[in-house]
Write a protein that binds this ligand. Structure first.
Ligand code: SAM
Ligand code: SF4
Ligand code: F3S
Length: 442
């Protein structure tokens, strides 16, 4: 009988990519995926450690699993991801219900670890950083994402050590995958139906393998005639190199949305955060990209209430948001992370942080509403990804990643079609297939 694995994924897009790669790996030892965790013989939690009570959330989740399996055979319980890396041995000690703990740079060992556990009933923790072996291993296992829009990790880890961030400790040092290895995976994804590739890295624009940079990868991938759109995330302002900026002049498939986290609009706070860039430099990147293409839009990440953020600093962040009309952004109150430089700094008053966050978010939301409204009564290109949940319409994305819902046809899934937008809200555009448009279905 087949073993069944249930994978629950928290956190960023890279965790989603990892979960799907883990699944491809455990398939080799007889597991098949289940969406219903009561059916599972193996329960894998792919965790995120970026904010809040990440660790407690994991134990809470295990508590839930325990209850569900009280009167059944206990599943094999595996904790993967960034909490696994940060907590390692501690997790096995604190919660005997957990069988295996495996960090993000040790996933190539997952099959052996599972088999070893089944044979010897031995609890194991694998948290060594070995990105080279991991990607070599996964290079031999096909990426059957089966999606119209697929993630592809090209770079992992971080050497920047922003004072608030756990990523350098959970994902390890910066590592760029070999150029050819990435192209092989891209080609396989494209040959099996992927129309859009989203290149991933914690610092994706720091990609550097021998002489190749992110701009080289973009230009090489777009030579495949069957790929329609290319995106990359997440980039750091310090690594927005000239060649990457220039690639917006030449690339035909790179989408005009730049996700460029700024965190704060105040130079003082940026320095306290150890961000290694100034607001002036950020504007410079913005101006240069806008000069190349006025239609390029920006999205960003903000941390509010970082220790030392005063009213004047917050105002600077607010002004930045008013000037650069970010079309989509993530904003959170600073959350002290164990082991980071900012872990023990004096926190900004919670009530003040909350008020600031609300102000920022209402301005960001206002921007989003306005931008989406500006698409009403226009025709835009939409890559159709799937049906909506109720199967009555189709769901796709604009060039700016905004969700679009309209009356598309099944045979158009995977194609780019012109859609006339007639309604919008903050997150979604609604429309109908524009049959009068001269734009060809691609
Ligand atoms: N490498 C990217 C960069 O340099 O901006 C960001 C990657 S991080 C996984 C994603 C986002 O999480 C960050 O941009 C930041 O806004 C947020 N973040 C990280 N640590 C945080 C913390 N301690 N508290 C609140 N937000 C945090
Ligand atoms: Fe974290 Fe990004 Fe800073 Fe690296 S550059 S430490 S991933 S916020
Ligand atoms: Fe979270 Fe790790 Fe991603 S901490 S945001 S899952 S890199």
């Amino acid at each position: 009988m087949k073993q069944k694995i249930f994978i629950k994924t928290f956190g960023c897009q890279m965790n989603e990519y990892d979960s799907s790669r883990i699944y491809e790996s455990v398939k080799k030892i007889g597991y098949e995926k289940t969406e219903n965790y009561e059916d599972a013989n193996c329960y894998l939690l792919n965790t995120c450690h970026i904010r809040d009570k990440a660790k407690e959330k994991v134990y809470h989740e295990i508590g839930r699993v325990k209850k569900i399996f009280r009167s059944k055979k206990k599943p094999l319980v595996i904790i993967a991801g960034c909490v696994a890396q940060a907590e390692n041995q501690e997790m096995l000690k604190r919660e005997p219900y957990i069988d295996l703990v495996i960090g993000p740079q040790a996933y190539h060992k997952i099959n052996d670890t599972i088999l070893n556990h089944i044979k010897k009933n031995k609890k194991t923790e694998e948290t060594e950083f070995d990105a080279i072996s991991k990607f070599k291993y996964f290079n031999k296992i096909k990426n059957n994402s089966g999606k119209i829009s697929s993630f592809l990790t090209i770079q992992e880890g971080c050497d920047k050590f922003c004072h608030f961030c756990v990523v350098p400790y959970t994902r390890g040092p910066e590592y760029s995958r070999p150029f050819k290895q990435i192209l092989d995976e891209a080609k396989y994804l494209i040959d099996s139906g992927t129309q859009e590739l989203i290149l991933l890295g914690q610092n994706v624009n720091a990609y550097n393998n021998e002489k190749y940079k992110l701009s080289d990868l973009i230009l090489e991938i777009e030579k495949y005639s069957d790929i329609k759109r290319i995106r990359y995330t997440t980039s750091h302002p310090k690594d927005m190199s000239d060649d990457l900026i220039e690639v917006y002049k030449y690339s035909k498939k790179l989408m005009p949305l730049v996700h460029l986290p700024v965190q704060s609009g105040s130079n003082k706070v940026l320095e306290l955060m150890n961000r290694k860039h100034t607001i002036r430099e950020y504007y410079k990147i913005y101006d240069r990209l806008k000069e190349i293409n006025q239609n390029i839009q920006f999205s960003s990440d903000f941390i509010i209430g970082y220790p030392g953020e005063e009213d004047i600093d917050f105002k600077a962040t607010f002004e930045l948001i008013q000037k650069i009309k970010f079309i989509n952004s993530y904003s959170f109150i600073f959350s002290p992370r164990p082991g980071t430089v900012a872990a023990d700094l004096k926190l900004t008053d919670k009530k003040i942080s909350m008020e600031r966050l609300e102000k920022i978010q209402s301005q960001l939301y206002e921007n989003q509403i306005q931008v989406n409204k500006s698409f009403e009564d226009t025709t835009i290109n939409v890559l159709i990804e799937n049906f909506t949940d109720d199967k009555t319409q189709v769901f796709g994305r604009s060039e700016y990643m905004t969700s679009v819902i309209f009356n598309g046809k099944k045979e158009d899934i995977g194609k780019i079609v012109p859609v006339k937008i007639n309604k919008s809200n903050r997150t979604t555009l609604f429309g109908e297939r524009d049959l009068s448009s001269n734009q060809k279905v691609a």
